[in-house]
Every structure is written in structure tokens, then in C-alpha cells.
Design a protein around this ligand. Structure first.
Ligand code: AHR
Length: 522
């Protein structure tokens, strides 16, 4: 869906519905949802998550092994998997990341006690037992109720190894590899929904130039032969940030060969990799800079999809942001290679701002994956031995579940507030909004208030629908860095929210630093 011009739409709607004019004029912020011009469907895979062999993201955080005292099903922890199942995680990306380009799939099949122990050179130099391999991963996604996104090794593998992995996973006919898979416990083919050739090939995946990557992609892809009905959607590993070179070369030279180009962008409070900023105890200037840096996602998607529109006007190639989220300095005292960070209300607001941006570009952005699922970067879940907590980011994902598979609806904000620190320097819009027609037929509205001090009144109108009430949830807290800890697991969690129209007008009081998702009732 093309983001429409709020002013033009607002004026158009006000002309068409003169009764709305009164609301827009008397309230500080007016939100008009145009239910009569539905846009693209928001692919549920926009809510995917990334699980890499990194720190305690998999080992300890999710996988404890079948002999562990921690309750588990075939090695996967019951508490964590239950929470992820409740979250309706649609898709899991595995095994990396940078890890993927050093991963050799044959190390991870067969009897676990016979698998080779390697070194995880990317993440802390720790031993990699290969206890979690292909079969364990597909068991994980089955237990969660998700689909699988497998990232292939272009960096240190070869076309034969990659082609045989695809055959091992997907072959249904008589083949040596299908028989090996059956002997390893899975006679039926696995369903690989997405498969990527390499990861960050401009960096940890091989320091390549895009032209070289494209040649490798075309060569290797020729040998990835899955049965027609089990063929994964193919991803080419794209660029990052403002530079559109990779998107341009890949979309120009991989037409008909790829279904998507991936894109990575992380939110760093300082914007500097050396000192990124702390996850907690940060100054307000870093609340603002985190929001400013996150909102760049809009600009990046616009510039990259403009390149795609030129090279691929039929919109056959998706633009999939398969790594995004906050990246802070690691928690003091933890292994710097494990990327373990706390998660606060700020992270929930960051997640919601990104969701609202992804919804606006639902026609091109058909899959995204937050980095990462458990104990790594902007995680849903943190664990400590047998303890587990749900982060504010978990709750943001949970609140947005109605947007999975929903049809995006145009929104127009008028008289929006702005937020800056001390009224000086950079400023950002106070309210961010998104709306969609859910699969249940209801209209859903998401609102984010980036201002950590002031609540904002938003008057809601839905063109083409009567608005009698809104009901849903709000996530907020007293402090910008409010968080859940193993002592106070419920410090930050959503609360019910409702508001009724009065005198034909419905005003939503959006608290400071808050995320809301509301269903509209007639
Ligand atoms: O998510 C952590 C790392 O960030 C991934 O392994 C890599 O792709 C990116 O640089």
C-alpha cells in the first residue's frame, strides 16, 4: 500500500464527511482511518523472529536437552516454547546470522553424542555442540506452531553442500538423502517456507561485492532443487542502512531468480557501534535518539523500495527486513559475544513504531524478523537457569497479533504533536498510528505515543464505519526504562483499555510513552 498523504486524505475525507470537520478542528490530534479504501494484506510473517546459535539464544534459553531437570519436550523448554506458542510466532529464522555462513548442516544430524563439536567463531568463541540441528529446529517450529526460514551457508559452504541440504529437507521421492532423513526420524519432508542464500554477504558473510554475490547466487541457486510444491521462497541477502547499491544490483540481476531481497537495520541509541548506549538507566536524550534512529526505517524502506519499483515494477520481489531491533551495549558482566541486553518499555515502543512502518509498506515488506527471540538483542524472553520472564517487547508483539494477516487501512493524522527534548534539537511526531481490518472483520487501530512526559488526546474517526467505542490494551509504565526482572516479572505488562463515544465523538487518551492496540466497535 502506498502511504497516502495525510493532509490530502484528511482534506478529502473532511470534504466527503463534513461532520468530521468539527472533530478535526476541536481536538489536538485527529486520526482518520479510511475503512473504504483497504490496502495490502499485512503478511503474518512480518511478525517473524530470529533464533541464532548465539549466546544463550538457543542453548539454555530454549534448548536444554531431553535429560535436563528443566521441564522440556524433546529438549525444548516447556515454559519458553509455551510462551512463544501463545505469541503466535508465525515464522522462525535459523541458524544465523553470521553463524549461518560457517554452519555445515551434516554436523547437526544423526546421533547427538556423535556430532562434532566446533567453535562458534562469530559469537564468543565458545564450543558449538551441534546438539541443535535440522531435526531439532523443525521440532522447535512444530512445537511453537510456526513456519521455518532456513538460512544457507554461502560463505564457507559450496553449491553441492547447499543443494544437498535442500534435498535432505524437502525431497519426497526416492533419494538417498530422503532415506537418510527418514532414518534420522523424519520420513516426511520438512516444510521450508523460506530459504536464504547467505547472510550479510557484504560483511561477515564473505565481504563480497554485490556483483560477485549475484554471480554466486545465480550459480548456486541453479542447483537448489526442491519438489515444485515444496519449493521455498528464495531470499537474496541484501544490504543495510541508507545505501541502496545492494538492493539495486540484486533486483536488477536476480529477476526471476529470487522472491525477496533481505535488508538489515538495527536501532542503536547513539548510532555508534563502539558505544551504542545502555539498555537501562539511559538519559532522555537517548530515549529520543533511539526513536529518531528507529524512525529511519521509514526512510530506508522508502528509498530501497523506490529502487525496487524501478527494477521490479510488477512487485514480484519482496523487501524483507529479516534483522531489525535495538542493539545496546551488553549487560555489564556478561560475555560481550553473547549480545545479552535488558529490555524495557523503550523497546516496546521501538517495536510498535517499526510495526506501524511495516504495515504502511505491506505491499513490499512481506516478511521481517526481529533480532532475536530469546536472550539475544531485543528479545521476547529472558531466561536465567530455570527462570523465565516476558519482556515489554513480548507484550508489544502480543498486542499486535490482530494485525497478522489483516488488511491495512489508510490512516491520516492531523494536528499531530511533536516531541523533542527540552523543545530543542531533533523532534519527532508525537503520535504514530496504524490501522487494519482484522481477519475477524473488526477494525483495529494501533497508537504509539513517543512523548515520555505528556499524554495526548486523539480523536478517532473511521470513514465508512460508525465508531461507538474502542476496546483493547495499553502498555505503559512510569519510567522510560521500566522493565521486568526475575524478582518483578510483571512490572511492565498490558492493561485493559476502553473508551466510549460521547456526543458523537470518540477521544482516546493515549498515555505518555505508550503503545495501544484497540478494536473499534460500532
Ligand atoms: O543478530 C546478530 C548479528 O547481526 C547477525 O548474526 C548478523 O547477521 C548481524 O550482523
Amino acid at each position: 500500500m502506498k502511504p497516502f498523504q495525510p493532509k490530502t486524505l484528511a482534506l478529502g475525507l473532511l470534504a466527503a464527511f463534513p461532520a468530521l470537520a468539527a472533530y478535526a478542528q476541536v481536538t489536538p490530534v485527529s486520526l482518520i482511518v479510511d475503512a473504504s479504501h483497504p490496502g495490502a494484506v499485512i503478511n503474518k510473517d512480518v511478525y517473524a523472529q530470529f533464533a541464532e546459535h548465539l549466546g544463550s539464544g538457543i542453548y539454555g534459553g530454549m534448548w536444554v536437552g531431553p535429560d535436563s531437570k528443566i521441564p522440556n519436550v524433546r529438549g525444548w523448554r516447556k515454559d519458553v516454547i509455551g510462551a512463544l506458542r501463545d505469541l503466535h510466532v508465525p515464522l522462525v529464522r535459523w541458524p544465523g546470522g553470521c553463524f549461518a555462513d560457517e554452519y555445515h548442516w551434516r554436523d547437526g544430524i544423526g546421533a547427538r553424542d556423535k556430532r562434532p563439536v566446533k567453535v562458534n567463531t562469530n559469537w564468543g568463541g565458545v564450543p558449538e555442540s551441534n546438539a541443535v540441528g535440522t531435526h531439532e529446529f523443525f521440532d522447535l517450529v512444530d512445537q511453537i506452531g510456526a513456519d521455518a526460514y532456513v538460512n544457507g551457508n554461502l560463505g564457507t559452504g559450496n553449491p553441492q553442500e547447499m543443494s544437498e541440504w535442500v534435498e535432505y529437507m524437502t525431497s519426497s521421492g526416492k533419494s538417498t538423502l530422503a532415506e537418510l532423513r527418514a532414518r534420522n526420524g523424519h520420513p516426511a519432508p520438512f516444510k521450508v517456507k523460506y530459504f536464504a542464500i547467505g547472510n550479510e554477504s557484504w560483511g561477515c558473510g564473505g565481504n563480497m561485492r554485490p556483483e560477485y554475490y549475484v554471480d554466486l547466487y545465480r550459480h548456486w541457486n541453479s542447483f537448489l532443487k526442491a519438489p515444485h510444491d515444496l519449493r521455498p521462497q528464495m531470499l537474496a541477502s541484501g544490504g543495510t542502512g541508507a545505501d541502496t547499491t545492494w538492493t539495486n544490483v540484486l533486483s536488477r540481476d536476480l529477476k526471476g531468480q529470487t522472491d525477496a531481497i533481505s535488508f538489515h537495520y538495527y536501532t542503536l541509541p547513539t548510532g555508534e557501534w563502539k558505544v551504542k548506549g545502555a539498555a537501562t538507566g539511559f538519559p532522555e536524550s537517548q530515549w529520543l535518539s533511539t526513536m529518531v534512529n528507529t524512525l529511519q526505517m521509514e526512510k530506508f524502506i522508502q528509498s530501497h523500495t523506490a529502487v525496487l519499483d524501478r527494477n521490479d515494477p510488477e512487485k514480484k520481489i519482496a523487501f524483507d527486513v529479516d534483522e531489525w531491533g535495538t542493539w545496546y551495549d551488553v549487560e555489564p558482566g556478561t560475555n560481550p559475544g553473547f549480545l545479552y541486553q535488558q529490555n524495557t518499555l523503550r523497546d516496546a515502543v521501538v517495536a510498535a513504531l517499526n510495526f506501524n512502518i511495516f504495515h504502511e509498506h505491506a505491499d513490499r515488506v512481506r516478511m521481517t524478523a526481529i533480532a532475536q527471540m530469546v536472550n539475544v538483542l531485543q528479545a521476547m524472553i529472558l531466561t536465567d537457569q530455570d527462570k523465565m520472564l516476558l519482556t515489554p517487547t513480548y507484550y508489544a508483539f502480543q498486542m499486535y497479533v490482530p494485525f497478522q494477516g489483516a488488511t491495512s487501512l489508510p490512516v491520516a493524522l492531523a494536528n499531530n504533536t511533536t516531541y523533542s527534548v527540552g523543545g530543542a534539537g531533533k523532534s519527532i511526531p508525537g503520535i504514530s498510528a496504524s490501522a487494519a481490518r482484522g481477519k475477524d472483520g473488526k477494525t483495529y487501530v494501533a497508537l504509539v505515543n513517543t512523548n515520555p512526559h505528556d499524554a495526548t488526546d486523539v480523536v478517532l474517526n473511521v470513514a465508512g464505519q460508525n465508531v461507538g467505542a474502542v476496546r483493547g490494551q495499553v502498555l505503559t509504565a512510569d519510567a522510560m526504562d521500566a522493565r521486568n526482572t526475575f524478582d518483578r516479572k510483571d512490572a511492565v505488562k498490558p492493561a485493559p483499555f476502553s473508551a466510549n463515544a460521547s456526543g458523537g465523538k470518540l477521544t482516546i487518551k493515549v498515555p505518555a510513552k505508550a503503545v495501544m492496540v484497540l478494536a473499534v466497535e460500532g
